[in-house]
Design a protein around this ligand. Sequence first.
Ligand code: NAD
Length: 449
Amino acid sequence: MFTVLNPATEEPIAELEQAGVEETDEAVARAKAAFPAWRTVAPGDRARLLRRLATLVEEHTEELARIESRNVGKPISGARGEIGMVAQVFHYYAGAIDKHFGETIPVAGGVAATFREPLGVVGLIVPWNFPANIASWKLGPALACGNTVVLKPAELTPLSALRLAELCLEAGIPEGVVNVLVGKGSIVGQRLIEHPDVAKIAFTGSTEVGRLVMQGAAGTIKRVTLELGGKSANVIFEDADLERAAASAPYSVFDNAGQDCCARSRILVQKSVYDRFLELLIEATKGIKVGDPADDATEMGPLISAAHRETVASFVDGEPLFRGDAPDSPGFWFPCTIVEATNDDRIAREEVFGPVAAVIPFEDEADAIRIANDTPYGLSGSIWTRDGARALRMARAIEAGVLSVNANTSVRVSTPFGGFKQSGFGRELGMHALEGYSEIKSVFISTES
Ligand code: NAD
């Protein structure tokens, strides 16, 4: 048995059976058996099923948000937004099904056409920081393309995935199309990666485990897409609207208690405005409401676990520039923390995955580009300036998959999301995600008589 905790209270909220290799093989067999019928469901009917699922998620927003908030320690207001996005994702991919078509290509002696074929059984392995959201980013395009899936949520946060699976059945998606397995990464995840009947692994998690996914997939030449860690830069130039940039910066690191792959955890500030910006940043950070995730006004909850809190704490030695308040009641609390750093310090090189921001000064544009790119990661980032040409130069120069100018957003349902370098490869969301869940088949039809 496996005990699921509420990280805000440390109290158990569920006891679940853990799947092993045998249960994994059974789930893959169910998904394999369901595939031939699911791939031939007419596009309009598949779209209707996904729309029904989207509507059911909307109707259960409050219930799903409460599950997510209790299991991850997320503030309820943010959790409602995340479940709202889950519904939007299913609506989007319902609409995408009949717009994902092939081509005809001019060739001699006949007609060449391309078809988008589903892959078969797809293994979805997701992390604990945005459990329902990230599951939906994979489920939506996987189902839209006609695949069947085995979804493995993270050990710590399986509850929303289990509820989503029930809603899939209620929506009329046939038995066996969506299978959820609660179990360990090293057992269930590993088996999915090696299983000969799993055609692809869509993985979101750490770069370390991403490496294992690639290695394991080599045995069966499995397709993989990897959404991995990040160490993103938030670059503040002297000509930026400093007030707006400083008001926004804390939420881009401390949201979800910093447990966000897109966290702008390196704040690069031009030296000429460094002191002023720091003052504004600390003032804005003081305003973050840390506390009970069930309270509508709360903006930051606890970390996911005691072990994770220890890891986060290990990144802060010495006196930080700022340390906020956190409850001293049970729960894996950690205060908002701002430290000064150089880009060579451990805090600037490794993903902390907690509410710790490193502020790093820079001289000029060239220096900002050099520092922003001096990292093995390349997931996201921001550029704050009033100079449009500079914004564009920076956006082209930073090696990252998702950038924003005068904003700190990374994720939209209709735009591609994913990393450069060791942040992974493949794109989620938007029409681009469909490429990762289908194969292109080229067919030549002779017109010779
Ligand atoms: P993790 O890599 O430890 O675990 C992710 C998933 O992989 C879990 O379901 C886990 O059970 C499974 N897993 C663990 N070991 C495995 C193995 N040997 N074989 C197969 N599966 C295995 O990551 P985490 O701690 O759950 O999440 C945090 C990490 O996820 C951070 O690095 C974060 O940046 C990353 N992340 C990336 C994105 C993105 O889209 N790029 C989004 C969210 C989180």
